[in-house]
Write a protein that binds this ligand. Structure first.
Ligand SMILES: [Zn+2]
Length: 483
């Protein structure tokens, strides 16, 4: 008897083993180079106008993505009646007016400013020198300072140290204004965007003024412009400041696109693994389209493939237990706006959000890896959860065997990549994240970031790694723990 049962048992085991299929592996094959290329060729074409947030190209891309998710059979996220989560942004154009003691200064020729994105009025503000501040009252005022060098950043940092709260901004006067202007022109004249419903912290404008534009004020400057550095009346403001900054603002609409794939377990499906990539890019400049094939066309088309793979599994009743939210976001290039909006208007409670896996630029080799395609930078994986880090490592070991490079995985890395893509808006809410990134290259934010240069075998491989990691996060009954 004994012999027979053990024989039966072992043959049963045999059958069992031979039927055991690696489920995620089976579905990973839906993530394939040919589809990636086909889709990227569409959204990174000139027709899509560089996918700028709030503009036509972004809307076209959102439509393309929505139609794709519909074709795959993805659901709308809970509580939504479509794929798009809309949000308003304000686009502000640098410019405005400024006057000192009634002398009007012109934007660009006489003054520029930074550190101020939204409409700001300057009304009869007293302007004091640093030395005067201790003697002056506590009413709102501006600080004025004569720049000594071109090392503006250093000088401003020194000024801002221990600055009293009633100082609302700084005026820097320079006799090398033209040189400074040339350095800063792009930065101070480019439009910027912010979320319409964002509670903005008080801005702290830093104004640069051309010293030669102030000649008419020599006598009225309380000694400030005379060069002696002697203020004749210590408590009397040097100037009175008036003006309006960012007078031109426009309200635009943008969106995140949400494809929801409900989990198979009645309880665990309340929890979600979010996978993000930004579908916006920087648009058109001087008639040239910035196609953003790598940034972040590669992440965007990877999401389409991930959605397809998870949907195929679901259709066959083999999908993972937790839900998956595939979310191409917009507004990234304008300051991570879409992911910021989502994290303050989540469709699934953040407490039920297991992790965010974010893909941004995975189709090129960076400097230092010219010939070596088989690598990916992993950023953030262990910052909040060592479990997450381990899941990703194990998935890679078992399936993809890419070199995981942790070079940038540090809060103190000078590139600050941990803060620079959409995962950060999840991490700031203590949701564990991984940022998959293959590094910057010579075409980064250039009109030459084109489809022809993309290594699709690489995109496929990294997308599969994300898939395997997401699968494990969503299918393992044990949720990953925070450190
Ligand atoms: Zn990007």
């Amino acid at each position: 008897m004994k012999g027979i049962t053990s024989l039966l048992f072992s043959s049963a085991l045999c059958v069992c083993f031979s039927q055991q299929v690696d489920v995620p592996k089976k579905y990973s094959s839906y993530i394939d180079e040919a589809d990636l290329k086909k889709n990227l060729t569409v959204i990174a074409s000139d027709e899509y106008l560089g996918r700028e947030t709030g503009k036509q190209g972004q809307k076209m891309t959102a439509e393309f993505l929505s139609a794709y998710f519909k074709k795959l059979g993805c659901s709308f996220a809970p509580g939504m009646s479509g794929y798009e989560q809309y949000f308003d942004v304000i686009e502000s154009t640098p410019g405005g007016t400024m006057s000192l003691n009634g002398l009007n200064l012109n934007f660009k020729t006489d003054f520029i400013y930074y550190s101020c994105k939204s409409k700001t009025s300057l009304e009869n503000l007293p302007v004091y020198t640093n030395e005067q501040l201790t003697k002056a009252g506590k009413e709102p005022c501006y600080l004025i300072y004569m720049l000594k060098s071109l090392e503006v950043r250093k000088e401003v940092a020194a000024l801002k140290k221990d600055l009293p709260k009633h100082v609302k901004g700084i005026i820097l006067v320079s006799d090398q204004y033209t040189t400074l202007y040339e350095y800063m022109e792009h930065y101070v004249t480019t439009k910027s965007m912010y979320l319409a419903d964002e509670k903005r912290k008080e801005e702290f404008p830093i104004l640069f003024v051309n010293k030669s534009s102030l000649q008419g004020l020599n006598k009225k400057s309380n000694g400030f412009l005379s060069g002696t550095g002697k203020i004749s009346k210590p408590t009397k403001p040097v100037f009175t400041l008036n003006g309006q900054l960012n007078t031109q603002e426009e309200r635009l609409k943008s969106s995140n696109v949400l494809a929801y794939i409900e989990g198979s377990d009645p309880v665990l499906s309340k929890e979600v693994v979010v996978i993000t990539a930004h579908y916006d890019h920087i648009g058109v400049d001087h008639g040239v389209v910035y196609n953003g094939a790598d940034d972040d066309g590669t992440g965007t088309v990877a999401l389409l493939e991930l959605a397809e793979a998870f949907m195929e599994a679901k259709k066959n009743g083999e999908g993972p237990k937790r839900s998956i939210l595939i979310m191409p976001v917009s507004g990234e290039e304008k300051g991570l706006l879409g992911s910021n909006y989502y994290s303050s208007h989540p469709v699934i409670p953040l407490a039920n959000t297991v992790a965010d896996l974010n893909i941004d630029m995975i189709g090129r080799n960076d400097i230092g890896h010219e010939k070596d395609t088989n690598y990916i930078y992993i950023i953030g994986s262990n910052m909040l959860s060592n479990d997450l880090h381990d899941v990703n490592e194990k998935a890679n070991e078992k399936y993809t065997r890419v070199k995981l490079d942790y070079k940038f995985n540090s809060l103190s890395d000078p590139n600050q990549f941990y803060y620079r893509s959409d995962h950060y808006n999840f991490a700031k809410h203590s949701i564990p994240v991984i940022f998959y990134f293959s590094g910057v290259h010579e075409d980064y934010h250039q009109p030459t970031d084109d489809v022809e240069k993309i290594i699709f075998s690489k995109v496929e491989k990294i997308a599969r790694l994300v898939f395997y990691t997401a699968w494990e996060l969503s299918d393992n009954p044990k949720r990953i723990r925070l450190n």
